[in-house]
Design a protein around this ligand. Structure first.
Ligand SMILES: [Cu+2]
Length: 135
């Protein structure tokens, strides 16, 4: 086998595993008259918008999630029990609200954990973000 071909195959495989780092789209949750911080996230192929959300610590958050686009299923998963934020919800074309109260400052990642067969995970294609909890 031609050494050049082997190199090309290796390069192609390596390229498949490199994560796409999405552009940071920051949004600060807006506190309503009811004292709840509100934010909406839309998920699609392959992004969350916004993907970096600022919330205040110890104030309840209503996170509205919604899917955009085609038939590809998406979810939003956050596993940060140390900060009071644990959820794993499928995203639908109708908005759904997730309630939680962040209890600790810091930056906590969320992502879509969907992956089709041998294809790259949605997370590695850019379906990820973070909630930054501030004072
Ligand atoms: Cu997804």
């Amino acid at each position: 086998m031609n050494i050049l071909k082997v190199l090309l195959v290796i390069l192609a495989l390596a390229g498949m595993s490199i994560a796409d780092d999405p552009e940071k789209k920051v949004f600060t949750a807006v506190k309503g008259p009811d004292g709840i911080q509100k934010v909406s996230i839309v998920g699609g192929e392959y992004y969350f918008e916004p993907n970096h959300i600022l919330v205040k610590v110890n104030v309840p958050v209503a996170l509205s999630i919604k899917k955009e686009g085609g038939i590809v299923p998406h979810n939003i998963v956050m596993k940060s029990p140390e900060a009071g934020m644990v959820f794993d919800e499928p995203m639908g074309s109708e908005p759904k609200v997730i309630m939680f109260t962040p209890t600790k400052t810091g930056t906590y990642p969320f992502s879509c954990t969907k992956k089709l067969l041998f294809f790259r995970s949605h997370e590695s294609r850019g379906m990820k973000g973070a909630i930054e909890v501030i004072e």
